[in-house]
Write a protein that binds this ligand. Sequence first.
Ligand SMILES: Cc1cc2nc3c(=O)[nH]c(=O)nc-3n(C[C@H](O)[C@H](O)[C@H](O)COP(=O)(O)O)c2cc1C
Length: 328
Amino acid sequence: MKRTVSVAPMMDCTDRHDRFFLRLLSKNVMLYSEMVATKSAIHGDRKKILAYSPEEKPLALQVGGSDKKELSEVAKIAEDMGYDEININLGCPSKKVQKNMFGACLMREPNLVSECIYEMINSCNIPVTAKTRIGFDDTEDFDYLNTFILKMKEAGCRTFILHARKAILKGLTPKQNLNIPKLNYEMVYKIKEENQDLEIIINGGISKIDEIKKHLNVCNGVMIGRSIYQNPYFLVDIEKEIFNVKNNPSREDVVKELLKYLEKEVKVGTKVNHIMRHTVGLYHGQIGSKNWKRYLSENMMARDSDFQKAKHIMSVVQNNEKVNQVNV
Ligand SMILES: Cc1cc2nc3c(=O)[nH]c(=O)nc-3n(C[C@H](O)[C@H](O)[C@H](O)COP(=O)(O)O)c2cc1C
């Protein structure tokens, strides 16, 4: 499994339509689902919650929970459904998630986490990985984090995604928790140096190719969230600069392919806006970005947007391609 670069799990963002779109831009990155609570995965409408297109692979399912039995059941479901990895969320600080005893508050419960991971590993043959913060509240301590990781290692986990900032469990909103606690990449580097046998993926605030290269000198991989969601074509730079891929799709190629997917999906009842909302940032930093966003918001963002409007989108795309070529 190649986790050199992955796109972070993001609720309300990395759903299956977004992942299909991102995969058109990059064949080499690893993709993650939004977090799915164990109970929803077990009792909910699996077709709606867990289904994906084969094109999205390699793909990991991220799960939230702290009940060993449920987590192991979901690990098996993930394997049966063809997911390539199951990842446990140990980093989300939201109140609702804490109330249900999953996410970042589990950093306080290393023994429980270790038992959960052990059960998950025993119930499936796909990799079980963990995504966590580097600390919580007043605890931002190398020994604590390292002991926590070693506990998970004892249970059989080999891959750790470390969001390089702590979580504040009381007093900050989830959004503030993504910005206010300071990034501490050194802590992640130290964990890697101390644990050469583990796969350590660094996450948090990474938005440039140079930064990716710098982190890859120390860590096994980088995970990127917001900078890719806001600027999805960044994935093409990653393909070029990190994976040395020469023939990458233009934005026009991507929209053409996405329209084929849109047409297919609309026929089975998917709403146009559920797919197109993820493409708002496609022209990020380009001439024509405003025209693109305006076209989307006027024609394709309403709940009842008509697929016929999508057909005209190519004229906006072709126009944008032209102006950007002139200005290269
Ligand atoms: C809108 C949004 C939703 C998120 N949802 C999840 C989630 O479901 N599971 C998770 O582990 N992290 C979630 N995160 C955190 C990201 O995975 C990532 O750790 C964080 O954004 C830091 O990376 P970045 O600076 O590259 O965005 C979310 C972040 C954002 C912005």
